[in-house]
Ligand binder design. Structure first.
Ligand SMILES: [Zn+2]
Ligand SMILES: [Zn+2]
Ligand SMILES: [Zn+2]
Length: 137
């Protein structure tokens, strides 16, 4: 007894005896220690993995399990995810866009007009602008 700390340690990955032991990062969920090579490999691996985990498309925050899908109306790329604050911001922006004419910026009430797809106008329009635009050829 008492020699516990002197027992040879082996790398948890490649099983090589360790001269210098490296503690795995807590995020790796590993037991034991690593040799420097495996530690470097794992670090790389994990960095790549965490890059592919969901990040907010706007602020790049790590989303974890709080990812929110953007509304389809926002026409964001498929697979885009947002964090809650960015979602709220977008939502507010979108609602603002909805409430104002995309052309002249006038506040539109309940009566609003959707631009024709060919016009390539984002948002909605007031009656006046819609008529003007519609009259153009
Ligand atoms: Zn190793
Ligand atoms: Zn965000
Ligand atoms: Zn208008």
């Amino acid at each position: 007894m008492g020699l516990f700390g002197k027992k040879p340690l082996f790398c948890a990955v490649c099983k090589k005896e360790l001269k210098h032991k490296y503690k795995p990062s807590e995020e790796w969920n590993m037991e034991g220690y690593l040799c420097s090579d495996c530690h470097i490999e794992k670090t790389k691996e994990f960095a790549m993995k965490s890059q592919s985990t969901d990040r907010c498309a706007v602020c790049k925050a790590d989303l974890g399990d709080i990812a929110v899908k953007p509304r389809w109306q926002w026409e964001m790329e498929a697979g885009t995810l947002l964090c809650q604050p960015c979602f709220n911001k977008k939502d507010a922006e979108y609602n603002k866009k909805l409430n104002f004419c995309a052309v002249c910026g006038t506040k539109i009430g309940f009566v609003r007009y959707n631009p024709k797809p060919a016009w390539k106008i984002q948002g909605q329009m007031c009656r006046k602008c819609w008529d003007v635009r519609n009259a153009q050829k």
